[in-house]
Ligand binder design. Structure first.
Ligand code: GH3
Ligand code: MG
Ligand code: MG
Length: 443
């Protein structure tokens, strides 16, 4: 679209004559964007013109009283009702063809009526009749600013009317007729040039505005794409740590507001360093990608979401989920990875023996009570993950996490499931990411 708009801007910015029309889709949009305003304007201007047209009855009455009755019938009885009907249709957003043709027709009708009423009166009447037509020409071409083709057609029709009037008029001398004709032709040409210029300007202004709108829209979508990229992990396609921080807080606040349970599953790939060492980092990357896809596909509820927390660690957020359900989800993830978490290996490395990929999971659940408490839930899930590693890996453990506000009594300091120290509110302070899990069993 922007290319087409630029091409049209180029076309209408030059000095050469350009037929004022766009290629079909753009013309359609131009019409859709400008029609309501134009219809309203034409209807209003039509009303004013009609009042002026009928005010000529005063002149008819004073200048030619014998003709007054006739003029009254023609102006008020015939032309005015037709003009009112056309004007009413203008309000109802007709097609552009009807709108412009209707306006052109009304202008021609007014001009020809004027010629008709002034014919055969006096030489002065005949001369002023031509001036009356020129007033209508100026109105149609430069006040209403009919679309150029309609302006051409209307001007041509009025010129024919003038020619017939001059041909028929016996009250004017030939040299007076010539003068009238020259004045008519000259005024018509000038108003048509002005009409063409204003049509062209209107279109150019529209194109420039449209280009501005399109560029702003494009900028917004680029910003959105960039924001999305900043929150996406390039290797796995999951949301990254930044995405996690933002989403965690949002979902947590929602859970706080609705006082519903919130579960977290921390997931760490087992012995991943060994996988890297044996099969190479590129293979390790493939394992991470496959596990990420399994996590993504295994989550069922709309709000459940998986993130790459860092390195070979993932985290899954499960709003409105009890601990029992979260344990089921974690177990499902663990067994899926156990079954399918390893992509095929390079045939050259088959001698290294069968490859496997497993994960350990720590689950924690609570009903959120304060915004900061979410770090504690994460710490509790991490502690459960540590227990899963201690228990031999490839298993799931749950934290016996109870929010402080709801704690019935302090937990004995010696128990395994003691809460981690209260964080100061930043994930860096969470004593979660044990940097070395319990000793690894030999491969
Ligand atoms: P554990 O079962 O105790 O978690 O053992 P581990 O070997 O998985 O844990 P460790 O912390 O010793 O090693 C993690 C390894 O993960 C080391 C690091 O090179 C690797 N790793 C982290 N991020 C990436 C990555 O993006 N791609 C690859 N291929 N390896 C990664
Ligand atoms: Mg780790
Ligand atoms: Mg690991």
């Amino acid at each position: 679209m922007i290319d087409q708009v630029n091409a049209q801007i180029e076309r209408f910015s030059g000095l050469r004559f350009q037929w004022p029309a766009f290629p079909p889709p753009l013309e359609h949009q131009f019409e859709a964007d400008t029609a309501p305003r134009r219809s309203a304007r034409l209807a209003l201007e039509g009303l004013i013109a009609l009042v002026l047209f009928d005010l000529f009855l005063v002149a008819d009455r004073l200048a030619s009283p014998l003709q007054f009755q006739h003029a009254l019938i023609v102006r008020l009885g015939i032309v005015t009702p037709i003009a009112i009907v056309i004007n009413l249709v203008q309000w109802r957003l007709p097609s552009s063809g009807f709108r412009e043709a209707g306006k052109a027709f009304t202008a021609c009708l007014a001009a020809l009526t004027h010629l008709y009423l002034e014919r055969h009166l006096t030489a002065v009447n005949s001369a002023y009749a031509l001036v009356g037509v020129l007033t209508v020409v100026i109105y149609a071409n430069n006040v209403v600013r009919l679309r150029f083709p309609y302006a051409l057609a209307a001007t041509g029709t009025m010129l024919l009317g003038d020619l017939a009037f001059l041909h028929d008029g016996v009250l004017l001398h030939p040299d007076q007729k010539l003068l009238g004709l020259a004045l008519t032709l000259c005024t018509m040409a000038v108003t048509l040039i002005a009409n063409y210029s204003s049509n062209r300007e209107d279109r150019l202004n529209y194109l420039l505005r449209l280009r501005g709108d399109l560029l702003v829209k494009d900028l917004h979508s680029s910003n959105e794409r960039l924001a999305g990229m900043a929150e996406t992990d390039g290797l796995t396609g999951l949301s990254n740590r930044l995405g996690f921080d933002l989403q965690f807080e949002t979902l947590w606040r929602e859970a706080m507001a609705s006082a519903t349970l919130f579960s977290v599953v921390m997931i760490d790939v087992d012995h991943f360093k060994r996988t890297n060492d044996s099969y190479g980092h590129l293979y390790g990357d493939k394992v991470l990608q496959r596990i990420a896809r399994l996590l993504h596909e295994a989550l069922r509820k709309e709000k459940d979401c998986a993130f790459r927390f860092g390195g070979e660690e993932f985290v899954v957020l499960l709003p409105e989920t009890t601990q029992a359900s979260a344990l089921l989800v974690a177990e499902r993830l663990r067994s899926l990875v156990n079954l399918a978490g390893f992509p095929p290996i390079d045939p050259g490395r088959l001698s290294l023996g069968p490859v496997s990929a497993t994960v350990s999971c720590g689950v924690a659940t609570t009903v959120p009570q304060s915004v900061e408490e979410r770090h504690e839930l994460l710490a509790a899930a991490d502690k459960a993950l540590y227990e899963a590693k201690s228990a031999g890996r490839n298993c799931v453990r749950a934290a016996a996490y109870v929010p402080r506000a709801a704690e019935p009594k302090p937990t004995p300091p010696t128990t395994e499931r003691r809460l981690p120290p209260r964080s100061t509110g930043h994930l860096r302070d969470v004593p979660t990411r044990r940097r070395s899990y319990p000793p690894k069993t030999p491969a």
